[in-house]
Design a protein around this ligand. Structure first.
Ligand code: NAP
Length: 351
């Protein structure tokens, strides 16, 4: 498998500009990096937001945006022995945490550099299209539980069988929520989830213990009653609803506050951007982002090397639905506009 000297990238020339497909030099991986030939790119709401308003911050322009890809390994750095050239992989190919040469790392290009810690092998049975939708889901799920100070270790914890240790996952119809419920089960929690009714059968199929319609007027009381009836201790929550899910934060806090059994605050990990931090509720709400590099790398290592890769191989991870809206880098600009309409699926552009 030969490495090209240059490749095409969808380059953002300036904040709010339109993507332009151009040739750029293909980089060589550093010691702990992998160069991936991209086959599929999955889009996230944040991609369109970052294109139009430059948030999360773009270190410099021109820039290459995007995070979620699947493809084949073209080259590996000197310290990388987990992947071989030609391996099929999915990766969190983002420049979010990169401070130098950021254009080598964004997903919207044919060849991309990724730290090996953020790369997972994918089995032949999982298509590149399907696999491309999983890295952000896996990473945010793992980071969310890291923010809650849950030990990231897969176990058949005894508490599951006895049904005592529970977690609330609000918005399990989203990609992040679907990942969070699967990780919660793998970490040993009984899961109390909310999602629109069309997702309930699929959530039961991945082991969610009880699912509630977030649109019900009695959803808060129903979840509290169910957890009490089960004798579950629900001190942790994961808010994964779409960014404009008004009222979700308050409802999560109300549920956790009603189920609180100890003096110390219950904990809520919040995936959507947080504009308010309610005080005096007995529940600490924290935005899902890990600033500490070691802790973040531990979440990457767990998400990709211990959880996503092995569970895809064992067919214990159920992928999220995808919808291909175009082919080639030229399709990304228009596809970014489709992301807002996604429910229960991720938008993908195949190369
Ligand atoms: N912190 C981070 O690093 C990070 C990274 C990525 C994403 N995020 C955030 O994570 C969230 C999920 O992102 P995503 O891309 O997976 O999905 P998304 O497309 O942003 O979310 C759409 C889903 O939200 C659900 N939803 C909408 N209103 C809801 C409500 N009131 N209660 C419960 N669920 C509701 C819908 O579920 P139904 O289909 O059931 O109606 C829909 O499927 C977003 O808020 C995103 O901004 C954070």
């Amino acid at each position: 498998m030969s490495v090209p000297t240059q490749h095409k990238a969808a380059i953002l020339p300036e904040k709010g500009g339109n993507l332009q497909v151009q040739l750029r030099p293909t980089p060589t991986p550093g010691a702990n990096e992998v160069l991936i030939g991209v086959k599929s790119i999955s889009l996230n709401l944040v991609d369109g937001y970052q294109r139009s308003v430059g948030m999360p911050p773009v270190s410099s322009y021109p820039a290459v945006l995007g995070s979620d890809i699947a493809g084949t390994v073209l080259a590996v750095g000197a310290n990388v022995n987990t992947f071989k050239v030609g391996a099929r992989v999915a990766a969190f190919a983002s420049s979010f945490y990169i401070t130098e040469n950021g254009t080598n790392y964004g997903a919207f290009q044919e060849c991309v550099l990724v730290p090996a810690v953020a790369v997972a092998p994918i089995p032949d049975a999982v298509s590149f299209t399907t696999a491309s939708a999983l890295p952000m889901i896996a990473f945010v799920a793992a980071t969310g539980f890291a923010v809650l100070d849950v030990e990231l270790a897969l176990s058949a914890a005894g508490d599951v069988k006895s049904g005592k240790k529970g977690v609330l996952v609000w918005g399990a119809g989203s990609g992040v929520g679907f990942g969070a419920v699967q990780l919660a089960k793998a970490l040993g929690f009984a899961v109390y989830a909310t999602a629109g009714p069309k997702h309930h059968a699929g959530l039961a199929a991945v082991g969610v213990d009880r699912t509630f319609d977030y649109g019900s007027d009695t959803v808060v009381d129903d979840i509290v009653a169910a957890a009490q009836q089960d004798g579950a201790v629900v001190e942790l929550g994961f808010l994964a609803a779409g960014s404009y899910a008004a009222g979700s934060l308050d409802k999560c806090i109300a549920i956790l506050a009603a189920l609180k059994q100890r003096d110390q605050p219950s904990r809520l990990a919040v995936a959507p951007p947080m504009f308010e931090y309610p005080q005096g509720t007995g529940v600490d709400a924290t935005f899902i982002m890990v600033h500490d590099t070691d802790k973040r790398n531990n979440a990457f290592r767990f998400a990709f090397h211990e959880w996503l890769g092995p569970s895809l191989a064992a067919e214990t991870f159920k992928p999220f639905k995808t919808r291909v809206v175009g082919n080639g880098l030229d399709a990304i600009q228009t596809a970014l506009e489709e992301v807002t309409a996604a429910s229960g699926e991720k938008i993908v552009v195949d190369l």
